[in-house]
Design a protein around this ligand. Structure first.
Ligand code: ZN
Length: 177
């Protein structure tokens, strides 16, 4: 197990376009270990998703998992593309392991269709909705240098963690991605 250091907002790696992964390298031990390390880093930091640029690897790799009701399964997306966005929108509180102590409301399509590769290099093609769809969009944004604050249309909900817990959390739990 290895917990990797997390790049924080202001680190240029978070603003770069991530490189696609060469599918021939997916089966290599070093790549598989990197994915395991990404999961370890995500869990250690109590996140539900992590993109490779957040650990200073500018590659198109995302890991996600959220246990419990309303959660979603352990997911690895390599070279992902969102091929459909629903016209219906959902508004959720988001946070980010690269932006310490802030939460904000973001409106995104509530259902998406995603294509990419799994950690064995097999093709993936699935639909996701709700929290899963929001998390996938947040993580894929990291692969194009976007952060959730860029997606906020109303900065008046930008909230420090203590104030979030005091005024908002019980009514509207956040999604810490
Ligand atoms: Zn994030």
């Amino acid at each position: 197990m290895a917990v990797l250091p997390i790049a924080k907002i202001g680190n240029p790696v978070l603003r770069k376009l991530a490189e696609p992964v060469d599918p021939d390298t997916i089966g290599r031990r070093a790549f598989q270990t990197f994915i395991d390390d990404m999961f370890d880093t995500m869990v250690q930091n109590e996140g539900i998703g992590l993109a490779a640029p957040q650990v200073c690897e500018s590659k198109q790799v995302v890991v996600m998992e959220c246990a419990g009701s309303g959660g979603f399964p352990r997911t690895v997306l390599i070279n992902p593309t969102i091929v459909y966005y629903s016209p219906q929108l959902v508004e959720m509180w988001e946070g980010c392991l690269s932006i310490d102590g802030l939460r904000g409301k973001v409106t995104r399509p509530s259902m998406i269709r995603v294509q990419g590769l799994d950690r064995e290099g097999n093709p993936l093609d699935f639909e996701a909705e709700g929290l899963y769809a929001v998390c996938i969009q947040h993580e894929i944004d990291h692969l194009i240098g976007k952060l959730f604050i860029d997606r906020m249309t109303d900065l008046s909900t930008l909230t420090q963690l203590h104030e979030f817990e005091t005024y908002w959390q019980r009514k509207e739990p956040a999604t810490v991605i």
